[in-house]
Design a protein around this ligand. Structure first.
Ligand code: SF4
Ligand code: FES
Length: 249
């Protein structure tokens, strides 16, 4: 199937999301809550585009909008720029302390809106990526709590979570830099709890927290890792050579 994006003809499969097609063809669409590992959020609306079918245009969310028939798509026309700018301006009101959101606002020329009050001190745009990452990769230690303007992401009762393994996935996927994570040489602190870090037995690089490695071992029915991925590969290669000789190098 063929569609056009900003006038460029692009091949695609029926049902593919517009964002995927655009990226495959080197066409930029800004995103905030989209993550390759956890697609399908569709909450921030920064990735909006205009789809024109039979001469009629409508604004859609490109990261969750599947293409069903031939159409023209515009990722950066005047209407899209105006609505995207407004969306970003509102997100900045919600998370005025997030440098990442501020940078997006500057890059895409978001207007300054005076009539809404800022959620001072906040960095979170409530996109939900952290909750999804924690639930899918790890243990579901955080969730959305409260309602309305007091809605936030937290551990139960804001207490250090007994199930959190300190993997840091939530902080790494957060597009707004809203989850504080601190590391020393031997510890990682997140969600008000400090975890002891384990270092690779060969090269000394950090391979995870004790709890994270124990959790992964339990899931896979193996012993907790003592090596980083690179050193594990090197050891496998060395043992392979010892077994099969130089000829297989
Ligand atoms: S903390 Fe970050 S990832 Fe989680 S909801 Fe807020 S902005 Fe999204
Ligand atoms: S990136 Fe598509 S809705 Fe957030």
């Amino acid at each position: 199937m063929k569609i056009t994006i900003n006038g460029t003809v692009c091949e695609c499969e029926k049902g593919e999301f517009i964002l995927q097609i655009a990226r495959r063809n080197g066409i930029e669409i800004p995103t905030l809550c989209y993550h390759d590992g956890f697609p399908g959020q569709g909450s921030c609306r920064v990735c909006i585009v205009e789809v024109v079918e039979k001469g009629r245009g409508r604004i859609v969310v490109s990261c969750v909008y599947p293409v069903e028939r031939e159409c023209e798509i515009y990722t950066d026309n005047e209407k899209v720029r105006r609505l995207r700018g407004m969306t970003l301006a509102l997100l900045q009101k919600k998370a005025p302390d997030s440098p990442e959101i501020r940078a997006l606002c500057e890059k895409y020329g978001a207007p300054v809106i005076e009539r809404f009050t800022e959620d001072t001190g906040n960095r979170c745009v409530m996109c939900g990526l952290c909750v999804k990452a924690c639930g899918e990769l790890s243990v579901g230690a955080i969730s959305t709590v409260n309602r309305g303007v007091t809605k936030e992401i937290a551990t139960p009762y804001h207490e250090p979570s007994s199930v959190c393994v300190g993997c840091g996935s939530c902080a790494y996927v957060c597009p707004a830099g809203a989850i504080p994570i601190g590391e020393t040489a031997d510890t990682r602190t997140i969600w008000n709890r400090t975890f002891r870090l384990v270092h690779c037995a060969d090269c000394g690089s950090v391979i995870g927290t004790e709890e994270e490695l124990a959790y992964a071992a339990e899931k896979t029915g193996s012993e907790p890792d003592t090596l980083c991925a690179d050193c594990r590969k090197k050891r496998i290669a060395v043992s392979f050579r010892h077994t099969y000789g130089e000829a297989v190098r």
